[in-house]
Design a protein around this ligand. Structure first.
Ligand code: SF4
Length: 460
């Protein structure tokens, strides 16, 4: 046997026992399997978390969480029981070491962030912004981002069944937090969706629509089905991708009779019209892939859709180790039939520096996972560069490691650059977390901030 940096072992998926959590000790399998029960028992605040987990979690954790919610959180709390149950799956709150294990848990790290997780030296990058990918600037009509030549992103709704602490759409998605007010759509839902459909009908160059949000699992099924059915009537649309983290966070929803039957109707029409429908989900950690998640993914494949793919996000403390990424990819591939597809670098939103990896770290991870998975299931690591779009991490044009600035080029104009003659000649910047830079790089940023603050304010 050759000694290898990573050793593959097939491990059977496990649904942790929810009865180990005091608040759910009496919950029956029927209740647990009900999407309605799951939605009604989501954890939205500290009081509810305490009711479920109880005194097994030290007071210091609850205080840490309270401070984060008041001073740092960009997303409000919303965690379905299914996701809570995958945190610290092998310990009960009464077991010694539960609090430390909860602090260290990879799912907890991004679903229930606490103040002590975050950087105090550089909590936010100076170039971080609320809509860091400038999606709203590129709306062709409200909620429809037209960034790439042949594909669009349709943000159908601003809610999800679960809110992730690192959400890149923190500007729009979820409820306001004490430090972040949310952008509100101006048009009502039906008018917005009709305007999107009208735009797509008059845009023959678009062949690929990412139907997203938020999370499409929060749109009443009949409304989602009619939107997708409308897309299927547009001649030039060949790919439809439905974005739903809930396939993992609330698999019970994708297992309901209504959704399975509806998806089968859509898949049948799609096949007749030679269109591919796929589900894109968002799983960041192997322990989230449980038998219920696998069942939901396979139920969707059985409806006749083309594929179920995963787009994870690289997050320090969750999946920044080669072993964590490979364990996740094999769990997805072996038993859930979910295709590992992308891992995005966490975007430059406020208060995210403790999660973000540098470009060099992402490149190293990409290097280190090569050769273990089948080629077709080897995920690409992606840097979503503002005003550029997705780039594989090794596609960088230049990289100043001291200042943590990478420079990127592009080969198409986004929706806001139709008159920009230099758009294809310019280099676009992306920034590493400053706390990872050598002292000279950190000094550069301190000086850059000081210079900016000293700039005279125009009067008049
Ligand atoms: S599911 Fe997606 S859109 Fe919803 S909060 Fe998480 S990252 Fe944001």
């Amino acid at each position: 046997m050759i000694d290898q940096p990573y050793v593959y072992r097939h491990s059977a998926l496990v649904e942790p026992e929810w009865q180990r959590l005091p608040g759910w000790a009496a919950v029956t399998p029927q209740e647990w399997g009900s999407a309605q029960w799951q939605r009604a028992h989501c954890i939205k605040n500290i009081r509810q978390l305490r009711q479920v987990i109880g005194d097994g979690l030290d007071e210091r954790f609850y205080a840490d969480l309270e401070r984060d919610q008041a001073e740092r959180a960009t997303m409000s709390m919303l965690v379905p029981p299914q996701m809570i149950n995958t945190m610290v799956p092998r310990l009960s709150p009464a077991d010694p070491g539960f609090t430390d294990a909860f602090y260290a848990d990879p799912v907890r790290r991004y679903m229930i962030p606490v103040f002590s997780d975050r950087r105090t030296d550089w909590p936010s990058h100076p170039e971080a912004s609320r809509d860091s990918l400038h999606e709203a600037e590129m709306w062709a009509v409200e909620g429809l981002t037209h960034r790439y030549p042949t594909k669009v992103l349709a943000e159908l709704l601003p809610t999800c069944p679960q809110y992730c602490g690192h959400c890149t759409r923190m500007d729009l998605v979820g409820n306001p937090t004490p430090i972040i007010d949310k952008h509100k759509f101006e048009l009502g839902r039906d008018d917005r969706l009709s305007a999107m459909m009208d735009y797509l009908r008059r845009s023959p160059g678009v062949r690929d629509v990412v139907v997203s949000g938020g999370d499409v699992a929060n749109l009443p099924w009949p409304r989602l089905e009619s939107f997708v059915a409308g897309l299927l009537e547009i001649e030039n649309i060949r790919d439809i991708r439905l974005a739903t983290k809930a396939l993992m966070g609330l698999p019970q929803y994708w297992l309901t009779d209504e959704v399975r039957a509806g998806m089968e109707r859509l898949a049948t029409v799609a096949r007749q019209r030679d269109v591919s429908i796929a589900i894109h989900t968002h799983v960041n950690s192997a322990q989230s892939v449980t038998p219920l998640v696998a069942q939901a993914a396979k139920a969707m494949l059985e409806t006749g859709i083309r594929d179920v793919r995963n787009q994870g996000v690289l997050l320090r403390g969750t999946n920044d180790k080669t072993e964590q990424i490979l364990d996740l990819c094999f769990a997805l591939l072996d038993d859930a039939k979910i295709m590992p597809y992308y891992f995005y670098m966490c975007d430059m939103i406020p208060n995210a520096e403790h999660w973000r990896l540098s470009l060099a770290e992402a490149q190293q991870l990409q290097h280190d996972i090569m050769g273990y998975l089948p080629g077709f299931a080897t995920p690409r690591f992606i840097c979503d560069v503002p005003y550029v779009g997705k780039r594989w991490v090794h596609q960088v044009a230049r990289y100043d490691r001291e200042r943590g600035i990478s420079y990127w080029t592009k080969n198409y104009r986004t929706g806001v650059e139709s008159d920009d003659a230099l758009a294809l000649d310019r280099e676009y910047e992306y920034y590493d977390p400053i706390h990872l830079l050598p002292e000279a790089g950190q000094e550069y940023w301190r000086a850059r901030i000081a210079e900016k603050t000293a700039e005279p304010v125009a009067v008049g």
